[in-house]
Design a protein. Structure first.
Length: 278
């Protein structure tokens, strides 16, 4: 895989996954609106719904999506690649890109403190902590947000812990969408109330320069875990449009997974800032 294609993947991932995370570490509690009779009569308050979503959301120790296809669209350039993804909850996430006959050419290794991009074809690696996104793109992100985003779990950009009563019903109408507003962004969570699951998440930056929507569909129960087989992430930042669409073809949960870090002594260190240059 040529360095240019790696830059496309990294830049697209950065804009899609990280562009919405420009926020302070502590969420600001939104102004409470008056409760209407309709809301009072509804079975769930917003806090009740958040708690129910947290109870029902996918909870696993390990996940191994051994067969995936990934569609990437960045600046009008599209590509379809094969991939696999392994997760040890709260510890590590490895994404492997295998564009040719299952041969791994590109890998992203993430832990709560470090991210490493490995270019196996060109024998280079790029290592950083998450401050790289703040320094190069002006956004703040952490491991927990990324893990939650691709795991169909409720999250608040920039926060690991949040209070259920920070959310409200959109337009004060219960049962459709939960909203959260802070100084930095507006977040909307489209809820499937009957099944207590997240159908979509939409984020709009406070200055309206960035929007992201993540759709979750084709839910299937595997190893007792109900998980979306399709995750479509679409983002706009100014005139730049990016898409990452994941289709999971084979996955298993709570089984032993082997996640061996790449032996970086066999690779030449590259400047990770070069991956963010246009």
């Amino acid at each position: 895989m040529k360095p240019k294609l790696i830059r496309i993947l990294v830049m697209a991932a950065a804009i899609v996954l990280f562009g919405a995370c420009k926020t302070t570490k502590t969420a600001v509690k939104p102004t409470q609106t008056a409760t209407t009779p309709t809301e009072a009569a509804h079975e769930f308050t917003p806090a009740d719904m958040v708690k129910q979503l947290q109870l029902a959301q996918p909870a696993f120790r390990t996940a191994n999506a051994s067969k995936m296809s990934v569609y990437v669209d960045f600046k009008g350039r599209q590509m379809d690649v094969k991939a696999s993804c392994k997760i040890i909850s709260d510890s590590a996430l490895y994404l492997s890109i295998q564009p040719f006959m299952g041969v791994e050419l590109f890998r992203l290794e993430m832990t709560p403190s470090t991210l490493i991009v490995v270019d196996k074809m060109n024998k280079r690696f790029y290592e950083s902590n998450y401050s790289i996104f703040r320094n190069t793109l002006g956004v703040t992100v952490n491991y927990d947000v990324i893990q939650s985003l691709i795991s169909n779990r409720l999250f608040v950009p920039g926060d690991k812990v949040f209070l259920p009563d920070e959310f409200n019903w959109k337009d004060n109408t219960p049962g459709k969408s939960l909203t959260l507003q802070t100084e930095s962004f507006n977040q909307e969570v489209l809820v499937d109330v009957l099944l207590s699951r997240i159908a979509a998440v939409m984020i709009l930056s406070a200055d309206s320069t960035y929007t992201m929507k993540t759709d979750y569909s084709d839910f299937k129960k595997t190893d007792g875990i109900l998980f979306p087989q399709k995750i479509a992430i679409d983002a706009n930042k100014g005139e730049e449009k990016s898409s990452f669409h994941f289709t999971i073809e084979q996955v298993e949960f709570n089984k032993p997974v082997v996640m061996e870090p790449t032996n970086l002594s066999r690779y030449t260190r590259g400047n990770i800032n070069s991956l963010f240059r246009k």
